[in-house]
Ligand binder design. Structure first.
Ligand code: SF4
Ligand code: SF4
Length: 334
């Protein structure tokens, strides 16, 4: 059966909270984009976690929360945060982890309470560990297997870069063997440590499409749902900026709240949490960029990664770049 590929549009009846509990991490991945200079070095306190989960929950919408870091399982109150989110009424709770699962997380929550998302950047230690750190492949896969055995829904995130693009196809049999339910293929951005290494880690659009689509189809053929970024819009596809049409909030320990992940390295956050209220910021904030309509599509991509855009002889962009939050989904054949 042929897997079906579709664009996952932004849903007006949905709110997504990307809750960074801390910026600390036990690893030092080469492509890490965590930015303590911009987002602080403290942890969100237990009291603030509860307050902020309450503040952002919208009973009129399907509210979902994704706990992130740094490494969110290094936060001693993560298990409690998951339970509080469920009590408040969040429809889904996801933890994005590097796989170390500190503080015995698997023993403190149940499979009904959260989906666990593991990051792995290679099909074996020889590919993964130079990117993510010595021993990280074994630790991540061991804990992933424990989670599957306990009945958790488990997803896996693979960030494609020059360092591992040739090994993406080898992930397909591995994730099937591990029992992964959903496979997220990400593309490296020019942020954080990868920015310091320059464009040398980036893959070309041709390499991306030649490699990612066959791997996504192969994984879907084995019954695994796959998501990957849209990147380029089809000629007749409308451009939409999530900052204008979606209800996403990216929250950081220093109380900054962004609507766009590409803006996170700059003090242009749309909101700040002050006295437990969401306060809109004045002046040049990301919301001013969202309003600009340009032929290239995403304004922030045009500003931050202009090298990603090719132009025709008449000066028009060869492709429009989609919002970085727009995803393609490959559904296993029914
Ligand atoms: S696990 Fe995540 S937060 Fe930690 S260094 Fe790697 S990319 Fe950064
Ligand atoms: S990535 Fe681009 S299109 Fe998406 S929210 Fe940010 S500015 Fe808007």
């Amino acid at each position: 059966m042929v897997p079906e590929t579709r664009t996952v549009g932004f849903k007006s009846g949905e709110r997504n909270l990307f809750f960074h509990l801390l910026t600390a991490c036990n690893l030092k991945c080469r492509h890490c984009y965590i930015n303590p200079e911009q987002h602080g070095r403290e942890m969100v306190s237990s009291e603030e976690i509860e307050q902020w989960l309450t503040l952002f929950h919208d009973p009129a919408k399907e509210s979902n929360v994704i706990f992130l870091g740094g490494e969110p399982t290094m936060h001693p109150e993560l298990a409690r945060a998951i339970k509080v989110a469920r009590e408040i009424g969040y429809a889904s709770v996801t933890v994005d982890s590097n796989g170390y699962l500190f503080h015995d997380l698997l023993d403190k929550i149940t499979p009904e309470e959260a989906v666990l998302s593991f990051s792995l950047d290679g099909p074996d230690p020889a590919i993964n560990d130079p990117i993510r750190g010595k021993g990280s492949f074994d630790t991540c896969t061991d804990n992933l297997k424990r989670a599957v055995k306990k009945g958790f829904a488990v997803s896996l995130i693979y960030t494609v870069s020059r360092m591992n693009i040739d090994h993406l196809h080898r992930m397909v049999p591995l994730i099937a063997e591990l029992g992964v339910h959903r496979f997220f293929i990400q593309v490296i951005g020019l942020r954080g440590r990868s920015a310091a290494e320059g464009p040398s880690l980036q893959v070309s659009p041709e390499e991306w499409f030649e490699t990612v689509i066959p791997a996504a189809q192969a994984a879907a053929g084995l019954g695994i749902k796959v998501n990957y970024p849209k990147v380029y819009l089809d000629p007749d596809e409308p451009f939409q900026c999530a900052g204008r049409v979606a209800d996403n909030f990216f929250i950081f320990p220093n109380r900054r709240v962004y609507r766009c992940p590409l803006c996170e390295d700059f003090p242009v956050h749309a909101f700040e949490i002050m006295d437990n209220q969401l306060v809109r910021q004045e002046g040049l904030t990301e919301e001013r960029f969202f309003e600009l309509n340009i032929p290239e599509g995403c304004v922030m991509n045009r500003l931050l990664q202009p090298g990603n855009i090719d132009y025709l002889p008449n000066g028009a962009p060869a492709h429009r770049v989609s919002c970085c939050l727009l995803k393609q989904e490959v559904i296993p054949g029914a």
